[in-house]
Design a protein around this ligand. Structure first.
Ligand code: NAD
Ligand code: UD1
Length: 332
């Protein structure tokens, strides 16, 4: 099939490109290069043996997207393009609504006019807000705490309304938990701009000596060791979930579905630090610091729905996530 990946040169999209291409699909990437480097294309070519098709452009350019959909005879779209920094979304909410919500509306208009009606959307577990119970299943109430999270929830609502209005749409929103790790070639991975906000890239940079020490945000949470617990999922497991989602779109009656993509297991900050030290043989210096505003004690998925309906399950261990992250971080 011909699959358009918006934001396909980014962290998750580049890994999905590999898995889709290896499953025999033809991948076409549309990215405006806002948060990625063009070199990713060469690295993808090294992994795959040839370069995926790439168009530099913005999802908000409806005419461009329409021409790509028609020229490339696109069968389905995977929509990764978006801004994702929680803190920045608090500072610049309009930029987030404009790019994420506005960009999605523009993409959907283009798809509608070209009669391309299958889409997999990158949502986030951040839509749940503070957990009322754990593990989080898809029926858990939603209450995102940031403008970023709001954009994800609003897009889900738009997709649901669209599916209700016309049953020929097939739509799936995947709520990712905490994607980490890298492709095991070490050729592609997460490349945060500046000082990382997220734990795994921060630890990686401490291990490699780029940053002096990790600040652990709080050690008196109600968790087994007092530090925050999250559902880390290997980005290649997540990527494989997208192939399952595509199969689901083609083989299921449902117009609109929401699926969690997580492992179902929670690990603490300290557990991750210890494991990373072991796989990298580097010391991760850390200090206990104040809690980060807006952080929650624990967050992990109930991933049963994806297991039952999409026949998908995360397979890779936390140790593998650390190993692959370290291989990517310590590349030459
Ligand atoms: P990323 O920033 O690495 O990739 C997003 C890509 O989209 C970038 O390459 C960027 O240049 C591109 N882009 C942004 N706006 C665009 C636009 N208007 N037109 C065209 N291209 C545009 O992020 P990622 O980690 O790969 O995340 C992909 C998606 O998954 C995002 O929608 C994100 O919100 C969502 N998500 C990510 C995480 C995570 O932890 N990484 C968790 C939950 C959900
Ligand atoms: C963050 C985002 C969330 C996004 C998710 C995806 C915020 C507030 N939330 O969630 O929207 O969906 O990433 O990956 O940014 N920690 C430290 N020191 C650090 C960094 C993190 O102790 O330098 C701790 C945090 O307190 C938390 C855990 O590590 O307990 C994980 O943090 P992080 O990787 O930022 O992910 P989330 O907060 O779950």
């Amino acid at each position: 099939m011909n699959i358009l990946l918006t934001g396909g040169l980014g962290y998750i999209g580049s890994h999905v490109t590999v898995v889709l291409a290896e499953a025999g699909h033809h991948v076409i990437i549309l990215d405006n290069l806002h948060n990625c480097k063009i070199e990713v294309l060469d690295r993808l070519a090294k992994i795959l043996g040839n370069s995926p098709a790439f168009i530099q452009g913005d999802v908000r350019n409806q005419l461009l997207v329409e021409s790509v959909l028609k020229d490339q005879k696109i069968d389905a779209v995977m929509h990764f393009a978006g801004l994702k920094a929680v803190g920045e979304s608090v500072q610049k909410p309009l930029m987030y609504y404009e790019n994420n919500v506005g960009g999605t509306i523009s993409l959907l208009q283009a798809m509608k006019s070209c009669q391309v009606k299958k889409i997999v959307f990158s949502s986030s577990a951040t839509v749940y807000g503070i957990p009322q119970y754990l593990p989080l299943d898809e029926k858990h109430p939603t209450n995102p705490e940031s403008p970023y999270g709001q954009t994800k929830l609003q897009i889900e609502a738009i997709l649901q309304d669209l599916a209700r209005s016309d049953q020929s749409w097939k739509i799936i929103a995947l709520r990712y938990f905490n994607p980490v790790g890298a492709h095991e070639s070490g050729l592609i991975g997460e490349e945060p701009n500046g000082i990382p906000n997220n734990l795994m890239p921060y630890i990686s940079q401490v291990a490699s000596g780029l940053l002096p020490k990790l600040k652990i945000f709080g050690n008196d949470y109600e968790t087994p060791d007092g530090t925050g617990v999250r559902d880390y999922i290997h980005v290649m497991d997540l990527a494989e979930g997208h192939v399952c989602a595509l199969n689901y779109l083609y083989n299921n009656e449902s117009e609109f579905s929401i699926m969690n993509l997580g492992t179902g297991a929670g690990y603490s900050v300290l557990e991750l630090v210890k494991l990373y030290q072991k796989v990298s043989s580097r010391k991760i210096t850390y200090e206990i610091a104040a809690k980060r505003a807006g952080d929650i004690a624990a967050c992990y998925a109930n991933a049963d729905k994806a297991a039952v309906h999409m026949v998908w399950k995360a397979k890779r261990s936390l140790e593998k996530m650390c190993e692959d992250s370290w291989r990517w971080q310590s590349r030459g």
